[in-house]
Design a protein around this ligand. Structure first.
Ligand code: PEP
Ligand code: MG
Length: 749
């Protein structure tokens, strides 16, 4: 745009339209290219040539040079400024959040303009045919006369509804022919572009032009709906629909939500930036957030707004709340990326950084350490702990996952320790339980005392008496688990942690224990000290307990077999021995478990089947998988401990320096989050090959935290494993990821 073009446009389109176009260009150029203060430039309602002269004068005053009249100069500067923005912090953070490479390229398109201002029916609008929130078919958008670009959406005032609407005039009624044509183009766009598009259009003297069509912005839930609808309408195949949904996005739908009827005391309202709900103590700084995480306390990071220096703090909290910001602000983008419930722009509260307090909408004051609940789905901050409910799957997700199940060729089980976990696993249609950490059942208050009595038993008789009391409790736990799983496989791991984990660590706990067991404090302290180890993770735990205190495993095996009978369902128990490093361990434990099974069969006069396997989580077990497989019907790789021992890296302490390691590129990623395909992966491959060579029908699986990670799923599927087991909430993600692996294989042959 320059003075010459302005004169031409005055002739063809009239002075107002020409001045609108020229002013718009001067303003945009001044702000984005010359980086001048936008407030220095006016935005008159009906501009004229005088306003243009004023803007040009302001430009030369502010920039110390005249507004460039050469089109090639303008173009070069515009392109350069776009490229600069691409390198800016916001663009970089967005790329990072979207998982795009840091050095991703930028494409710029230069094209002729369809002008929405001028004589006759001129204007512009934006239309989309599905809701960005839900993905359900709904027409959204506006049309505004004498406007351009997305003004119809931005300005609202004076804009027309697109379809007939009781609230006011509509584009459909005012320009019926153009509207009909717009619908035609839109149907065509959806079909040909095979996507749900948002379309920008203009009318120039009544003539419709389609300017642009972009994928509509969509929530995770809408993404699933849209993909499923496109497949149902025959526009894309089901495989395509499955490939379009990011497993990570699916996990967003699976977050806890505030219970619908829970009482809510609203502290502040803001923008619902990232879904889900979480409760935690207020912290005001990223370092306090990290300190809370180190203490194992759930915290909510409350900031005026967040920046890159807060990212590590955000990794440590359960939710984020900011006073400022919008849906694309730093906190919102990062919060969504991390799957953290997040409310931003809660401007009806104020933060007092000095006093470390928040003043809420009703002048209620909350201080550091007070508990709040962030409802990121509804954009509300609630006082105190508020009841939440498990996430539920909507019908589109269920349909999509049904398609995934038809295509996937690897089993997905859940790690479920409690009946509640098992129920969630079943709701998410897990194929079974791949890991039930049986010790979790001992941490319930009533069992803990009996467990401690067992640990303090002076002789075999006393120990047997305690185990006798634990037996019915374990049996009841397992019975419930079998009943919930209704005949799906349930793999129960025998006791794994070192016994000292069941004992108190501090003085008051020791005193309480002495009282509960009716023992002198000195005796209790002495026993606790006896059990303490320099390196408990490599000490007396797992199968080593099974060998040295065999009665515990015998009791557990008996509880499992009796529960299988009592459950009344066709239970198929699988018993897993943890932390094996030598074949003889398996041989010994197997003999005792088989004996327990035989005893229960005789006592109950009932037959039942079970399988016995080994958890491969020490490097030696992976290397000796061949001989171990001779005694094991299945081998389940515990990649948490396997990673710990392969790297010689403590699971509990690695967090302290992991970020520095990742930052400096020592590790590409935290190996406890992302399976190390090279090292740990080689142990998996070796173990699988050796196990299979010795026993071709051996069932192979993984059950560490990596089980739900799409990268790990792809890897172990290639190694020919039978199933993965992951936390219940990751089951849907894993089902989708497994289907995507099968589809990718089909495409790439
Ligand atoms: C493992 O080590 O991978 C595992 C699943 O067991 P845990 O996390 O209980 O040690
Ligand atoms: Mg383990």
């Amino acid at each position: 745009m320059n003075d010459v073009k302005f004169s031409e446009l005055c002739e063809s389109h009239g002075e107002t339209a020409a001045a609108t176009l020229y002013l718009r260009f001067i303003n945009a150029y001044a702000t984005h290219v010359a980086r001048l203060d936008p407030d220095a430039f006016d935005d008159p309602e009906t501009p004229n040539a005088g306003d243009v002269i004023k803007a040009l004068t302001t430009y030369s005053d502010e920039a110390d040079e005249p507004f460039p009249q050469e089109v090639d100069v303008q173009l070069a500067h515009v392109l350069r400024s776009m490229a600069r923005a691409w390198e800016g912090t916001s663009a970089r953070l967005l790329r990072q959040a979207k998982g795009a490479p840091v050095d991703a390229g930028l494409g710029l398109v230069v094209q002729a303009m369809a002008i929405g201002v001028g004589r006759g029916e001129c204007g512009s609008g934006v239309i989309q045919f599905a809701s960005s929130d839900t993905g359900l078919p709904e027409i959204h958008g506006r049309y505004l006369r004498q406007s351009q670009g997305r003004e119809a959406l931005d300005r609202q005032v004076g804009s027309l509804y697109l379809t007939k609407d009781p609230r006011g005039p509509s584009f459909e009624e005012t320009c019926p022919e153009a509207f009909a044509q717009l619908l035609e183009y839109s149907v065509l766009a959806r079909k040909r572009l095979r996507e749900e598009m948002q379309i920008e259009f203009t009318l120039e003297s009544g003539k419709l032009a389609i300017l642009d069509a972009v994928r509509i912005v969509r929530s995770s839930s809408a993404a699933v709906h849209i993909a499923v609808d496109l497949a149902r309408d025959g526009i894309i195949p089901r495989e395509d629909a499955l490939m379009r949904v990011d497993p990570k996005a699916l996990s967003e739908l699976l977050h806890r939500q505030v219970a619908p009827n829970a009482p809510r005391t609203v502290l502040a309202k803001g923008i619902a930036a990232s879904p889900g709900a979480a409760t935690g103590k207020i912290v005001f700084t990223a370092s306090d957030a990290q300190a809370s995480a180190a203490r194992g306390e759930a915290a909510v990071l409350v900031r005026r707004e967040t920046g890159p220096e807060d990212i590590r703090g955000m990794h440590s909290v359960v939710a984020v709340l900011t006073e400022r910001g919008g849906v694309t602000s730093h906190a919102a983008v990062i919060g969504r990326g991390l799957g953290l419930p997040c409310v931003v722009g809660a401007s009806d509260m104020s933060i007092d950084g000095q006093k470390k307090s928040i003043i809420g909408r009703n002048q209620q004051i909350l201080r550091e350490g007070d508990v709040i609940t962030v409802d990121g789905t509804h954009g509300e901050v609630l006082v105190g702990h508020v009841e939440t409910v498990e996430a539920g799957l909507n019908t589109a997700v269920t349909t999509l996952l049904g398609w995934a199940d038809e295509l996937r060729d690897i089993g997905i089980r859940a790690n479920a320790d409690t009946p509640r976990d098992a129920q969630t696993a079943k709701n998410f249609m897990a194929d079974g339980i791949g890991l039930c950490r049986s010790e979790h059942m001992f941490f319930e208050a009533d069992r803990l005392t009996v467990m401690r009595e067992m640990i303090f038993a002076e002789n075999e008789e006393d120990r047997a008496a305690s185990l006798e009391r634990l037996l019915p409790m374990q049996r009841a736990d397992f019975t419930e688990l079998f009943q919930i799983m209704e005949g799906r496989p349930v793999c129960i791991r025998l006791l794994d942690p070192p016994l000292h984990e069941f004992l108190p660590a501090d003085r008051s706990g020791l005193r309480d224990l002495a009282e509960a067991l009716n023992l002198p404090l000195s005796r209790v302290t002495e026993r606790v000290e006896q059990l303490s180890e320099y390196n408990p993770m490599l000490g007396l735990r797992g199968v080593r307990l099974g060998i040295t205190v065999p009665e515990i495993y015998e009791m557990q095996a008996r509880a499992i077999f009796e529960a299988a009978i009592d459950s009344g369902v066709d239970a198929s128990p699988e018993i897993m021995i943890p932390l094996v490093s030598a074949c003889r361990e398996v041989e010994l434990v197997k003999a005792r478990i088989d004996a327990a099974a035989a005893a229960v069969r005789v006592e109950r006069g009932r037959s039942f089947s079970y399988s016995l396997g080994v958890m491969v989580e020490t490097p030696r077990a992976a290397l000796r998988a061949g001989e171990i497989a001779a005694y094991s019907q299945f081998l389940s790789f515990g990649t948490n401990d396997l990673t710990q021992m392969a790297y010689g890296l403590s699971r509990d302490d690695a967090g302290r320096f992991m970020s520095s390691y990742v930052q400096q590129g020592v590790y590409e990623e935290d190996p406890f989050h992302r399976l190390d395909k090279d090292g740990v992966g080689e142990l998996l491959t070796l173990g699988a090959e050796r196990g299979r060579a010795a026993r071709p029908e051996v069932v192979l699986s993984i059950c560490g935290e990596h089980g739900g990670d799409p990268v790990a799923i792809a890897f172990i599927r290639q190694c020919g494993f039978t199933y993965v087991s992951c936390s219940p909430f990751r089951v849907p993600v894993a089902r989708l990821a497994a289907a995507q692996c099968a589809i990718t294989d089909k495409i790439t042959g």
